[in-house]
Design a binder for this molecule. Structure first.
Ligand SMILES: Nc1ncnc2c1ncn2[C@@H]1O[C@H](COP(=O)(O)OP(=O)(O)O)[C@@H](O)[C@H]1O
Ligand SMILES: [Mg+2]
Length: 214
């Protein structure tokens, strides 16, 4: 059994990750692939329980250090129970947010040392690094406008200030620049179809699709 591919979607609020992750999953399924579409925090029963702790409540409910520990606890369960079994079964896994969101939110945004996040990542994610990470890049106001438009501005992360979201964007762009072998920056402006076209050409260039079974 050939191991599946692991693709993560990253970027700020309202940049179109969830929309495009769904579209990519459908397009890959249409090619005959088995695709697992999952998200973080969450993606397994235990991780969804932790999600309720981290996405709800006051902005300052958790310190950034506590938050990053909760995120990696959730990620560990998600990897053990959901992601690794799917990859081993040959399925492609598309994950809406993953470890780069910890680097951006709790690291760049929250001030947790990146060296500590890398230590957690080496233990928890270990050799199961994404094959490809698409980082959706959009001016902060445009993303918050989109997120606000959908009436979801009330989550803890969306309610943090503009300066926080600017730090996020900066950190995501920095991650893309420092890991060109794994990451591709996706211009998230324009229509959903425009962005889907960019996503698809990036996938085709970076990950050769296996022969489609008739
Ligand atoms: N290219 C786009 N142009 C305008 N609105 C978009 C676009 N892509 C997604 N949206 C809308 O913006 C909102 C946020 O999109 P979403 O995919 O949920 O972003 P994210 O998961 O990155 O927060 C949704 O209401 C979605 O329908
Ligand atoms: Mg989303």
């Amino acid at each position: 059994m050939t191991r599946g591919r692991f693709i993560t979607f990253e970027g700020g609020e309202g940049s179109g990750k969830s929309t495009q992750a769904g579209r990519l999953a459908e397009r890959l399924r249409a090619q005959g692939l088995e695709v697992l579409l999952t998200r973080e925090p969450g993606g397994s029963a235990g991780a969804e329980a932790i999600r309720q702790l981290v996405v709800n409540g006051e902005g300052e409910r958790w310190s950034p250090l506590t938050e990053v520990l909760l995120m990696f606890a959730a990620r560990n369960d998600h990897l053990e129970r959901t992601i690794r079994p799917a990859l081993a079964a040959g399925h492609w896994v598309i994950c809406d947010r993953f470890a780069d969101s910890s680097r951006a939110y709790q690291g760049g945004g929250g001030g947790v040392p990146q060296s500590f996040i890398e230590q957690l990542d080496r233990t928890v994610v270990d050799d199961d690094q994404p094959d490809l990470t698409l980082i959706f890049d959009l001016p902060v106001e445009e993303g918050l406008e989109r997120a606000f438009g959908r009436g979801l501005f009330e989550t803890r992360f969306e309610s943090k200030g503009l300066a926080f979201h600017e730090r996020l964007r900066h950190t995501f762009r920095d991650i893309a620049a420092r890991h060109p072998e794994r990451c591709r920056l996706i211009d998230a402006r324009g229509t959903e179809d425009d962005v889907a076209g960019r996503v698809w050409s990036t996938i085709e260039a970076a990950l050769p699709l296996p022969e489609v079974q008739a």
